[in-house]
Design a protein around this ligand. Structure first.
Ligand SMILES: Cc1ncc(COP(=O)(O)O)c(C=O)c1O
Length: 331
């Protein structure tokens, strides 16, 4: 029987789960670390899942019309996933993107025929940033104001319930099936909260004893006027120790049992290390997930347990940053 795919939509999901034996051995770990390699998606990130799910949900509900321009506010990966699927389905696409996001992301969106608008070019967003800082939730509200009256459909990943739902329907079941239900701890970053909430809720529905761990960047991982050169962990946002209104609607605050903070340099160090121990080139938030998985694996009470960490994207998307720049000290 032939095995020919007929659209990139058919290539989304079913990503592999890899045990990082080299890393486990180097650290003499008594727990297993399994990583879900989301760069196996057709556009190399976990966000292909939600891009497809949100567009199909918009089509089904009738809210997304054939001649609408799809728009989104994103640090890049959702923009790339949406741009590719919009191209394949024939929709125009425009993304509002943070200025400091790596150059590769802009280029990739343009390659798919998408339009990029820097958030600093939108007066409503600039005004919001002056008031609340570069807060994602507030920026979303400002964008809605900016596009009022335009023929656009806003994918809106922070509030669109198709986001956590697709992780509940695909990411969670894939992990459950690939481990034959042998998973004790699940680790994921939080940007919109979709991955952690959807996958975490699915795994807990199968086994309520599975521990779900969220990750956020440390406060000093952000660019500030005093620290303008600071590289950030792209795509992730703090959800603990922040004001309620900064928490994305798609984060289920009841799903996680604990949370950890990771500095950009710690994320970079872990990514550099696992590239050498296991031959996988992963992005910054993936490095953060490995850093946390290691801390968990080293706890005596976790000996013999299986930790599953979602690695959202590929390191190839970070080559213009200091992530793999050997001259840039991370330890
Ligand atoms: C690289 C990267 N890691 C992690 C995340 C966080 O995933 P989620 O939005 O499902 O919380 C994102 C989201 O933009 C991302 O782009």
């Amino acid at each position: 029987m032939s095995k020919i795919y007929h659209s990139i939509m058919e290539l989304v999901g079913h990503t592999p789960l890899l045990e990082i034996h080299g890393f486990e051995k180097k650290h003499n770990l008594k727990a297993k670390i399994l990583v879900k390699l989301e760069y196996y998606n057709p556009n190399q990130s976990v966000k292909d899942r939600i891009a497809l799910a949100m567009i199909e949900d918009g089509e089904k509900s009738g809210k997304l019309k054939k001649d609408d321009t799809i728009i989104e506010l994103t640090s890049g990966n959702t923009g790339i996933g949406l741009a590719a699927i919009a191209a394949a389905k024939g929709y125009p696409f425009r993304v509002y993107i943070q200025d400091q996001v790596s150059r590769e992301r802009f280029q990739v969106i343009h390659a798919f025929g998408g339009e990029t608008v820097k958030v600093t070019e939108v007066p409503e967003i600039v005004e919001s940033m002056e008031k609340y800082g570069a807060d994602f939730v507030e920026c979303v509200k400002a964008l809605e104001k900016a596009v009022q009256g335009q023929k656009v459909w806003f994918a809106d990943q922070t509030r669109n319930s198709a986001n956590p739902e697709i992780h509940f329907r695909t990411t969670g079941p894939e992990i459950w099936e690939d481990t034959d239900g042998n998973v004790d701890i699940f680790v994921a970053n939080v940007g919109t909260g979709g991955t952690l909430s959807g996958t975490g809720n699915f795994l807990k529905s199968k086994n309520p004893d599975i521990q779900v761990i969220g990750i956020q960047p440390t406060p000093d991982s952000f660019q500030t006027p005093e620290n303008p050169e600071q590289e950030e962990i792209t795509g992730v946002h703090p959800f603990e120790n922040v004001e309620e209104r900064f928490i994305p609607a798609n984060l289920d605050r009841n799903v996680y049992d604990d949370w950890y903070e990771v500095h950009t340099n710690q994320a970079y160090a872990a990514a550099r290390e696992v590239a050498k121990t296991d031959g996988i080139l992963i992005g910054a938030s993936s490095g953060a997930a490995i850093h946390v998985a290691l801390q968990l694996a080293e706890k005596p009470e976790n000996a013999g347990k299986t930790i599953v960490a979602v690695l959202p994207d590929t390191g190839l998307r970070y080559l213009s940053t200091n992530m793999f720049n050997e001259d840039f000290q991370v330890e």
